[in-house]
Ligand binder design. Structure first.
Ligand code: HEM
Length: 495
């Protein structure tokens, strides 16, 4: 085919250029094409989320160490509901608010996986359980735990919750000053020992086991999230404590299996349980039982004691809500007598709303995370669409989401009535995520409500409280986020 004369002249000129000039020209065209391509890519309706660049490699780490709350606040103000922060060799993409959350919570583990982001727990929980096993094995292990939380099982734990609370507060004087966080942390270790770890631990081995669990706790520091096997003293101690706990539980499990003696606790549930579709239908090993007990204890203990603390702090700071909850107790006593049972605790709607509101104001888990095994797209409330690539760590934040005015009316105000009809603000999908949501929503939620209600029923019936300090800030330095120290004066009185 003949070229038009003008083009033929141009082609002759190009071909007569030196190779060096040709390469330079080619490079310029390539750079121009890439730049145009990037602009066009950014204009496409589906694209990667904006990246909050900083210093290479350490930029994101610095943003994290500047405080996770600041990072979320600044990132949200700058980019909106979806943005990416490169942290060391990883990309962390934040999804903030209900519009961008459904896939995060609903997707299966083949798309949004937990093991890659939560595997720092393996040295604490131990081998062969939870994040150290394939997802289908983990699902069965959680199924075994769920069977320990049926209505009938929960009913059988309530007398233990009450007994521990009554005995604990019987030791308080007529009046005194306490820090709720310290008190509830001790009390909940006792009830967890009784209902989860079993009678032997609660009655004979409590101090020893509590010390070992404390060693495990101390071995979980922010560094452990990135380097769980770093050779540091707290990790060495963690490993020793984990080994000693395994030895104690192996003894207890063997004794129960040999004697045929049965108890009503979660330990018994694990002793009796069998895999169904994996591991040839066998029973759990002693090592697996120990690991699962530690895992459920870690999931429930600090989260529950912190929520119990915030519930008390906010009710003490907002007298009208304390009084309403106390009136509810009087009604329940009039109707059912003094006994606290599964049924009476379930009737306590005012107290329930106070607990939920405390959890909304201060969820103890700042971030819940997944690893994107497949790319997925999200659309923000303003209609922007992004594609989150495979390989990103994806994070949602209960704390931050709960403070969005599009989720909750006047979000900074303590207002338990927001959960009562007709408002029922918790019903907006993915607005209230204090217990997570969807596929991996908290299994222990009912257990937690019953336990916290039991504690606060005993307190509302026997004490008045006065905060001696202002409502404290949340302590973002700790792994599970609770209140900073706050002094509270209690005074005994009978309802
Ligand atoms: C107020 C107390 C509690 C809070 C705020 C809380 C919060 C949460 C949250 C946010 C998740 C979701 C994590 C994620 O999506 O990655 C979760 C999951 C879980 N929680 Fe709780 N939790 C509480 C009490 C408990 C208790 C008492 C137990 C056990 C006795 C427990 C056992 C679990 C378990 C086993 C999971 C994992 C579920 C799964 O991955 O499928 N939690 N919890």
């Amino acid at each position: 085919m003949d070229l038009p004369p003008e083009l033929a002249v141009l082609a002759d000129k190009v071909l007569s250029l030196s190779p060096v000039v040709l390469v330079a020209l080619g490079s310029a065209v390539l750079i121009l094409a890439l730049a145009v391509g990037r602009v066009l890519f950014n204009l496409l309706p589906s694209k990667r989320p904006p990246v909050w660049e900083g210093l290479p490699f350490i930029g994101g780490l610095l943003k994290f160490t500047g405080g996770p709350w600041k990072l979320l606040e600044n990132g949200y103000a700058k980019f909106g509901e979806c943005f990416t922060v490169p942290v060391a060799h990883r990309r962390v993409t934040f999804l903030i608010g209900p519009e961008v959350s459904p896939h995060f919570f609903k997707a299966g583990d083949d798309e949004m996986s937990q093991s890659e982001v939560y595997d720092f727990n393996i040295p604490t929980f131990g081998r062969g359980v939870v994040f150290d096993v394939e997802q289908k094995v983990r699902t069965e292990q959680f199924r075994m735990f769920t069977e320990a939380l049926t209505k009938n099982r929960l009913k059988s734990y309530v007398p233990h919750f009450n007994k521990e609370a009554e005995e604990y507060f019987a030791k308080w004087g007529e009046t005194g000053v306490v820090d709720f966080k310290d008190e509830f942390s001790k009390l909940i270790t006792l009830t967890a020992a009784r209902t989860l770890l079993g009678r032997e631990v609660r009655e004979q081995l409590f101090d020893e086991v509590a010390d070992l669990l404390h060693g495990l706790d101390e071995g979980m520091v922010p560094l452990s999230v990135f380097f769980p096997y770093a050779p540091i003293p707290v990790h060495f101690k963690r490993d020793r404590c984990r080994k000693d706990l395994a030895a104690i539980f192996a003894k207890i499990i063997r004794a129960r299996r040999e004697s045929g003696r049965r108890e009503e606790d979660v330990l018994q549930q694990f002793i009796d349980a069998r895999y169904q579709n994996v591991n040839g239908g066998r029973a759990l090993t002693e090592e697996e039982i120990t690991g699962l007990l530690i895992a459920v204890l870690f999931a429930g203990q600090h989260t529950s004691s912190i929520t119990t603390s915030w519930t008390g702090i906010f009710m003490a700071a907002n007298k009208e809500h304390y009084n309403k909850a106390a009136e509810e107790q009087q009604d329940i006593i009039r109707k059912f007598g003094n006994e606290l049972s599964f049924e009476t605790l379930s009737e306590m709607e005012v107290l329930h709303r106070n607990i939920t509101e405390a959890l909304r104001m201060h969820p103890p888990l700042l971030l819940v995370m997944r690893y994107a095994k497949k790319p997925f797209s999200v659309t923000t409330s303003t209609g922007k669409s992004y594609v989150i690539p495979k390989g990103d760590v994806v994070a949602a934040s209960p704390n931050f989401s709960h403070m969005l005015p599009q989720c909750f009316n006047n979000p900074k105000a303590y207002d338990p009535d927001r959960f009562a009809p007709p408002r029922e603000e918790q019903n907006k999908p993915y607005a209230f995520i204090g217990f997570g949501a969807g596929r991996h929503a908290c299994i222990g939620q009912n257990f937690a409500y019953l336990q916290i209600k039991s504690i606060w029923s005993v307190l509302l019936r026997n004490f008045e409280f006065e905060l001696l300090d202002p409502v404290p800030e949340a302590d973002y330095e700790s792994m599970v986020i609770g209140p900073k120290p706050c002094r509270v004066r209690y005074t005994r009185r009978k309802l």
